[in-house]
Every structure is written in structure tokens, then in C-alpha cells.
Write a protein that binds this ligand. Structure first.
Ligand code: ADP
Ligand code: ZN
Ligand code: ZN
Length: 731
């Protein structure tokens, strides 16, 4: 009797593929094992999703799979279910979703079994050697001395900068022997948890939060809404202690930028346990090792960014998502999943509690807290008893600006700097100028492949398109009229930092944005120097706005509020309010009251006044009302279909066909096709179609029903298209 399997493959097609099981593998087959299969001319790695005795593919067409890669399923059932659920919810291919859930090394087919580690030690011949014979080979001598003390593992060669060449030389001399050792899983933390730091005495609000959280059993979701510096992390640490003492693991998700060694160190300082840290700078092998430690239960705590959500745990006990409002939790390419929403689902499937923490909760989460689905815990006071910040608006209409700075801003800065404090200026545009302007004809230089201006990077002598990466040397002549009178238009962080160096030569300036932090470890280094007070003026993009504590900053200036307020995106006010609140949370502490100043041409803007007067909490609740009235998320549910093509027509035609397939009534709105806000990118025209539905189930059903028809449309072949459920960004 032949046996067949259905295999989910990492391809965009929303289907599984049938393969025959080779005779020799029939008894080993299980759901969830990886197999290598022939697919067209490639070999792909996929997961078995079904085992069947029959197969509709004709016998002469069906191929056997090439290799069975596992003996036990890679993902625990709960995670496997989560990926299936996510594939359905995000209208994605099961195979793509499953492969998302695995570290790259496993996607490529590497073994999931614990690695063996090679140890090197001196053999009898080596022990008998007199070290003086190595005096002309210092690297070998150094290594030899270490080997005389103890054996050395292969990992030591990466962590301690030992010479592999020297090792080879010693091996060639016949003095060294190798030993293979399998890493034993150390689960001792589950029996005896060692604390390496005494917890702080919780203040009243923290104590209430901790006691509520400690009482939760099984799946439960809580919002921990706590202003910056109110001690959310201390609450996490406290509940972690409870969970770890029960022998259970915790998964902590943080935004990309929050994953600094400072954050990790707070957890390391408190508990003497293995912490698996999972982030994008790891090599494939390091990532796999972290994954294994989590899966085996050796890692008591797993900290990571978005994709760490899928890390399996042998003893799941808790999921925390810090800065839950952060947009980096939503994946913006491939399967556009939201780690926050999937974290809640994972908690449900694994029956563990989920804590969402933020000073500025997303409207989605806030709504769930207000409606009572989530427990709402608040920390309204700064833990260190800091004072409230003062805030002010600088009306810059018809005021002269010096590289974007008004005279009032400069004066205020001088006062704070002269008093020995630090000042933080926030400008969300990197580069020297956001455009290159011809002073003679007024021409603004546009990217030839996008509907966007080039950003001027003076230090690099480049103009660069931030949308497609297109870059050229700064031209000497205007592309339009040939004039040589070209100048930067508008201010970016590079220019602001330069202007500040001239204005305040005695106060060192540091600039923090993607351009200055490209090198691994450089952000960390700069942040440390700021904390040590080596810099007095801090200039940065939103990288500076998140999660860092700068106790000596007493003035925060937002240089360009208008850009943030004017946007086609319905989430713009929410985003701005979050940013403003986060940034102002950086200012001041107990003995040094802080101040926040906003520069704007819109000093009467009601959104601005609402926010400044009432704070984020009230502002967000008012926004929720507005969203309700405008039939926008989270009240209604949204799906965005994007299409791009070299001919605008092709994208339009496709989306029009899709629109025709969908019903339209008072509970189901279809908007478009229309150009995307950035309507040409990298040489392609971008169009979109928006669905808004009152009812989530109906949206799911309607869409699932027409999905095969959408895929079958001949127009779909002429463009690249994608589905974005719960879009965070309409660009
Ligand atoms: P958040 O994560 O909410 O921004 P943190 O947990 O980082 O806040 O706490 C801010 C500061 O207050 C930290 O320096 C922390 O050590 C301190 N802190 C937190 N809780 C307490 C407490 N109960 N007593 C004294 N200091 C505290
Ligand atoms: Zn010109
Ligand atoms: Zn471009």
C-alpha cells in the first residue's frame, strides 16, 4: 500500500503539495516532520501536514519526497496550530507561515538535535613538552599555556579570540587531542531558582498589579498601562520570579530597538538562569542554538524581537510584550502578521497568561481593556517620584529658523545646557536635507524610480532615495536648468547636528539615527556615552524616542511636529501621540524637572491641544470614538490589497476585478482601486484596494470564499500583489 503526505512548502501558493512516502520511511512518518522534496527544479524543505492512503494526483505524476529530516515534530502542537490559524487569518500560504516560525537554519534543513561541541586538550605527548620550545611562536605559546590549565571548547575560539592557526600548528605537532561532547540540557533552574539581586520594594500601584497578575490562572490577557519610568519592568521581574519558581519559562517580546544590552542585563542581573536572546544580528547557528535552548527548557527566559514569537518552549508559563504599541511588531513584508495579536492567540493555545505593557497602548489593545476582555492595570506615577514635565508650544509661523531651530528653542536650550543638563532634539528625518532644491528654477530633484524626493547626505556626498535605495553623487548642476546653485531644502538630523555644533561649540553633540548606528554595537556605545554625560546635546530620529532612560535630559524639543500631524494615514494622530508621550517621558527626574517644547506651524491644531491638555489616556479614548464614527479599526476590521506593476493599468485592472467579486453593503465597504500614498516606488506603480467590514467573521468568510477566484484571475499574473490584514501602514 503506497502512503502519501501533504507537505506545506514555503511558496506563495495557498495550498499543500502531495508526495509519495518512500518505502523505507513509511514507519517513521508523523505530522509536523520536515521533509526535503523536489519542487520544479529545486529541492525545498517543507512540513508534513497530512498523511493519506490515497492521492488525487495521477500515479505517474506523483514524486516521492527526497529525505525525511526529523524524527520528532519540530514545533509543539500549540505552535503548529498557531501557524495554521495565522495562515488562515492573514490569508497566507500555510507553508510560508510555517517556515516563518522556524529559524533559518531549520528552514534550510539543518538538524534540530543538540549540537555536539568539540573540546581540545593536551595529549600525553603534549603534556610532556617543555613550553620553551614555543618561544618563537607567541600565539601557539599562549594557546599552549591555556591548554596546560584546562581543555578549550570550539566556542572559546570565537568568544576569546584565540588563534585557530595556532591550534592547527599544535595539532600538527601531535600534542592536542579532540573530544566530542554532546551538550547536556541543564534544567536545574526548575528545581532551584537562584536570584542574584534583591527585588526593589514595590510601590503601591506596582504591588497591586503584581498581585492581580499573580492570581491569574490559565490563559488571560492583561494590559499594563504605565507611564514611562513608572516601573513596568519591575512588575515584569516580579511576576517572572513567580513563574520561574513554578519551573515555567517566559517569553518576552520587545521592539527591535528595545533589545539593547541594558534591557537584557536587567533580567540577567536578577536571575541566575540561561536567557536565550533572539534578534536579527545573530548568525543562523546562534539563532538555532537559542531556539534549541528554549525548546529543551534550558533557557528559562527567552527575549527577542517580533519573530521570536514562534520560539517553542518546553514549559510555557508566560508571554510578555513590552511596548506593545510599537509598529515593529507588525511584519511589513511576506506574511504580514502582527506579533502582538499572535502572542495573544499563542497564550490562548498554550493556556498561559499574556501581559501587554506600554505607556501609550495601541487603540486596539485599549479597546480590549476598556471592554473588559483584558484586565486593565495602571501605573500612573513615576517610580522614582519624578515630577511631571512642563510642556510648551512654539509657534514658528513666519519666524526665522536656523536649520529648523527657532530662536526660542535655542534660548531655552542654552538655559538647560548652561545649568549642566542634557538636551534631546527629536527630528524624524535623517540625512542633511530631505530634498535637493535648485535655487534658480525651483526644481526639486526626484528619484527617477519613485514618486519621492532624494534626500541629501552631505557627509557621504550622496543623494539617496529612502524608498528604493537609489543613490548618486550629489550633482553639481540642476537636472532641469543646468544651474550650479543647488541647495538642500529642509532640515534633516545631519544638518541639525552640524548647526548645533556651530551654535554650541562648547557642548558635544551626538546624532543617533540609522546612518550613525549601522555598525554593530555602535548604538550601544553611543547610548553609554550619553549616560556618562560625554554628550550634552542629543539629536535623533525615533530611534531615540524609545525605551531609553536619560536621567540628565531636562529639555526635549520636537523640531517638526507638522510632518507628523499631516498624514494621509488614519493612524497618524495615534502615532504622533505615542511618539510625543514617549519622547516627553525621556525628560526629567526627581531633582531635575523636565520640559518638552514642540515647534509647529499649527499651534491651534485641536489634536495637539487635546493631547497636551489631557494626556495620552484621554486623547486615545477620544480617538477611539472617532474611529468608531469613521468605521475604522479597531471598531471595524480592515484588509488592504496591494498591487504593483510597471503599467499602472495592470494593477488597476486586477484590483477592479477583485472589487467586482466582493459584495458591498452597509456592513461591508470596498474602497478603491486607488493610488497608494507613495504611488510609484522602484519603478513600479502602486495601487490599493481597501475593505472595511463591521464583522470580523464575515470578513474572514467573504474573503476566504473569493481567494481562489482572485488567484485564478488572469489579471493577477500581470502584477505583484499582496494581502495585508489589519494594515498598520497605508503607504
Ligand atoms: P518603565 O519600564 O515603566 O519605563 P522601569 O521599570 O524602567 O520603568 O523603572 C524606572 C526606574 O524606576 C528604574 O530606574 C527603576 O529601577 C526604578 N524603579 C522601578 N520600580 C521601583 C520601586 N518600586 N522603587 C524604587 N525604584 C523603582
Ligand atoms: Zn534649476
Ligand atoms: Zn527611489
Amino acid at each position: 500500500m503506497p502512503v502519501f503526505v501533504e507537505v506545506a512548502l514555503p511558496v506563495p501558493m495557498r495550498q499543500t503539495f502531495s508526495y509519495q512516502v518512500p518505502e523505507s520511511n513509511v514507519s517513521q512518518i508523523q505530522l509536523g516532520l520536515r521533509v526535503k522534496v523536489p519542487f520544479g527544479r529545486q529541492q525545498l524543505v517543507g512540513l508534513i501536514t497530512a498523511i493519506k492512503q490515497e492521492c488525487d494526483v495521477p500515479a505517474n505524476k506523483i514524486k516521492p519526497f527526497s529525505e525525511l529530516l526529523d524524527t520528532t515534530p519540530l514545533l509543539p502542537e500549540s505552535l503548529y496550530k498557531l501557524t495554521l490559524w495565522a495562515a488562515r487569518y492573514y490569508f497566507a500560504s500555510q507553508g510560508q507561515m510555517l517556515s516563518q516560525a522556524l529559524p533559518v537554519a531549520l528552514r534550510k534543513g539543518l538538524s534540530a538535535q543538540p549540537q555536539t561541541v568539540t573540546f581540545f586538550s593536551l595529549n600525553d605527548a603534549g603534556k610532556a613538552v617543555d613550553i620553551s620550545v614555543l618561544k618563537r611562536a607567541p600565539a601557539q605559546k599562549k594557546l599552549f599555556e591555556l591548554l596546560q590549565q584546562s581543555s578549550i571548547s570550539q566556542d572559546d575560539f570565537t568568544t576569546q579570540e584565540l588563534s585557530k592557526v595556532a591550534l592547527k600548528a599544535l595539532e600538527d605537532k601531535g600534542w592536542v587531542e579532540r573530544q566530542l561532547v554532546v551538550n547536556e540540557t541543564d534544567l536545574s533552574w526548575r528545581e532551584q531558582l537562584n536570584m542574584t539581586e534583591t527585588p526593589l520594594k514595590l510601590n503601591k500601584q506596582q504591588a497591586v498589579a503584581v498581585s492581580v497578575l499573580n492570581q491569574q490562572k490559565g490563559f488571560h490577557c492583561s494590559l499594563l498601562e504605565g507611564i514611562t519610568g513608572s516601573g513596568k519592568t519591575e512588575v515584569y521581574l516580579s511576576i517572572l520570579e513567580t513563574i520561574l519558581k513554578q519551573g515555567k519559562q517566559a517569553l518576552i517580546l520587545v521592539p527591535e530597538i528595545g533589545l539593547t544590552p541594558q534591557t537584557i542585563n536587567r533580567f540577567k542581573r536578577r536571575f541566575d538562569v540561561t536567557i536565550a536572546v533572539i534578534h536579527s544580528a545573530l548568525t543562523d547557528n546562534q539563532r538555532l542554538e537559542a531556539w534549541r535552548q528554549a525548546r529543551s527548557g534550558e533557557a528559562a527566559i527567552i527575549i527577542g524581537t517580533r519573530s521570536a514569537l514562534f520560539t517553542p518552549m518546553a514549559y510555557p508559563g508566560l508571554i510578555i510584550l513590552d511596548e506593545e504599541h510599537d509598529s515593529s511588531f507588525k511584519q511589513q513584508e511576506g506574511v504580514r502578521y502582527h506579533a502582538r495579536d499572535l502572542a495573544v492567540m499563542r497564550g490562548h493555545l498554550e493556556k498561559v497568561q499574556v501581559i501587554l505593557g506600554s505607556a501609550t497602548p495601541s487603540l486596539e489593545t485599549l479597546q480590549n481593556a476598556i471592554s473588559g476582555r483584558y484586565t486593565h492595570l495602571e501605573l500612573a506615577e513615576r517610580a522614582g517620584a519624578a515630577q511631571k514635565v512642563k510642556q510648551g508650544i512654539i509657534d514658528i509661523r513666519s519666524q526665522p529658523l536656523k536649520s529648523g531651530m527657532s530662536a526660542s528653542m535655542i534660548n531655552e536650550m542654552r538655559m538647560h545646557l548652561d545649568a549642566g543638563n542634557q538636551v534631546l532634539l527629536f527630528l524624524n528625518r535623517r540625512g542633511f536635507s530631505p530634498a535637493l532644491l535648485c535655487h534658480e528654477c525651483g526644481h526639486l530633484h526626484e528619484c527617477d524610480r519613485c514618486d519621492a524626493f532624494f534626500t541629501v547626505h552631505q557627509g557621504l556626498n550622496e543623494i539617496c532615495c529612502h524608498h528604493c535605495g537609489n543613490q548618486y553623487a550629489i550633482p553639481h548642476q540642476c537636472h532641469e536648468c543646468g544651474s550650479t546653485m543647488l541647495m538642500g531644502h529642509g532640515t534633516g538630523t545631519e544638518q541639525l547636528a552640524q548647526a548645533l555644533e556651530q551654535e554650541f561649540p562648547q557642548y558635544p553633540v551626538v546624532r543617533i539615527d540609522r546612518d550613525t548606528t549601522r555598525k554593530k554595537g555602535s548604538l550601544e556605545k553611543q547610548l553609554n556615552s550619553i549616560l556618562k554625560g560625554e554628550y550634552k546635546i542629543l539629536v535623533g530620529t525615533q530611534m531615540l524616542a524609545k525605551g531609553h532612560h536619560f536621567p540628565d535630559v531636562t529639555l526635549v524639543g520636537l523640531m517638526d511636529v507638522d510632518g507628523a500631524l499631516f498624514s494621509a494615514d488614519f493612524r497618524a494622530p495615534e502615532r504622533f501621540a505615542q511618539l510625543y508621550t514617549q519622547v516627553s517621558g525621556r525628560a526629567g527626574r526627581a531633582d531635575k524637572p523636565g520640559k518638552v517644547l514642540l515647534q509647529t506651524h499649527q499651534s491651534e491644531n485641536p489634536i495637539l491641544h487635546d493631547l497636551l491638555k489631557n494626556g495620552y489616556g484621554k486623547f486615545a479614548r477620544a480617538q477611539l470614538e472617532e474611529r468608531q464614527q469613521a468605521l475604522l479599526p479597531p471598531a471595524w476590521h480592515m484588509v488592504l490589497l496591494r498591487a504593483d506593476a510597471h503599467l499602472a493599468e495592470d494593477a488597476d485592472n486586477f484590483l477592479q476585478q477583485v472589487a467586482n467579486l466582493l459584495p458591498q453593503d452597509k456592513d461591508f465597504e470596498v474602497i478603491g482601486p486607488m493610488p497608494a500614498p507613495l504611488d510609484r516606488k522602484a519603478g513600479k506603480y502602486r495601487r490599493q484596494l481597501l475593505f472595511q467590514a463591521k464583522n470580523r467573521q464575515r470578513l474572514q468568510q467573504e474573503f476566504e470564499q473569493i481567494l481562489p477566484q482572485i488567484e485564478a484571475l488572469t489579471e493577477s499574473k500581470r502584477c505583484r500583489w499582496s494581502i495585508d490584514r489589519d494594515p498598520q501602514d497605508l503607504m
